[in-house]
Design a protein around this ligand. Structure first.
Ligand code: RIB
Length: 293
């Protein structure tokens, strides 16, 4: 089984600040670091570090070469990343003294992926292969449709969430990774922390799909039809939470692919995420398989 991550590749510009800047306010950063990120690239790194055969597809400018080299050093095949004659996507990240973050994105190459590139990439994948998607690239609906035609197993993390998600062919998705805000929106509920109510509604809406709902300090939950599982977070010193959700998704998928039950996969993914939050950066913070399994 091959895993194709069709997703974003971002240069993360991390600014450590006293507090997240307020409207109209100017503040000075206490520290700056440039690092490798993008939800797609982070998830590809996590899947590869967890031991799967991973292919990254997307689009990046020449300024993103360091990022592709890093992915390759983790074992990710980057042969399906198209070259963009413009800037790589980037994320401006503020990290405050309470470890809260705030992010805004510039899409760069992530917004320039073409339908021709998608067709040509998907030709190399087929029945039973996995495709992992997030919401930081263009043409998501077309990618889901083409992957479903090829009978690939489709995993979607609809993050960052926006109402356009509802225009996607969601009935063709096999596995959803959502946080409580995304989950509530897809369930047609107001934002709430009644995770079981969210899962009930989601499982009723898509009875064949698997849902993994991450709930911050309250852990993570799993649902498919009537089946349920849940795992608390694994406590660890928190340094930087950026990329922890991507680590969780990558390790959950890897654990399931290695034959672990949903309950075991939640526990392993929680352990992986707890290690990621204790380290700086996004992609670089993802633990190796021998630290998790
Ligand atoms: O999920 C974390 C990622 O979101 C960061 O690496 C940043 O690039 C944004 O895409």
């Amino acid at each position: 089984m091959k895993v194709l991550v069709y997703g974003s590749i971002n240069i993360d510009m991390n600014y450590h600040v006293d507090h997240i800047v307020l409207p109209g306010e100017t503040i000075s950063a206490l520290k700056f670091e440039k690092s490798a990120g993008g939800k797609g690239a982070n998830q590809a790194a996590a899947l590869a570090k967890a031991g799967l055969e991973v292919y990254m597809a997307g689009k990046a400018g020449r300024d993103g070469d360091f990022l592709l080299e890093l992915l390759r050093s983790y074992g990710v095949n980057t042969g399906h990343v198209a070259v963009y004659e413009g800037p790589t996507g980037h994320a401006i990240i503020q990290l405050d003294k309470n470890k809260q973050n705030s992010i805004f994105l510039f899409s760069g190459g992530n917004g320039e992926i073409t339908l021709e590139e998608i067709d040509s990439t998907l030709e190399s994948f087929g029945k039973g292969d996995l495709i992992v998607l997030q919401n930081e690239i263009v043409h998501l609906g077309e990618i889901i449709g083409a992957a479903a035609e090829r009978e690939m197993v489709i995993c979607l993390n609809p993050s960052p969430y926006n109402p356009d998600i509802e225009t996607l062919p969601l009935e063709r998705v096999n596995v959803f990774f959502v946080n409580e805000i995304e989950g509530a929106a897809m369930a047609g509920l107001p934002a709430c922390r009644d995770f079981q109510a969210i899962l009930e509604r989601l499982a009723a809406r898509f009875p064949a799909a698997e849902f993994i709902l991450t709930a911050g300090p309250e852990g993570a939950f799993y649902a498919r039809g009537k089946e349920r599982a849940g795992a608390p977070i694994v406590e660890s010193p928190v340094l930087d939470t950026v990329g922890a959700g991507d680590t969780f998704s990558g390790y959950f998928i890897a654990a399931r692919s290695r034959g672990y039950t949903p309950q075991e996969a939640l526990d392993l993914a929680a352990r992986a995420a707890s290690i990621a939050v204790s380290r700086p950066g996004a992609m670089a913070s993802v633990p190796r398989a021998d630290e998790v399994f």
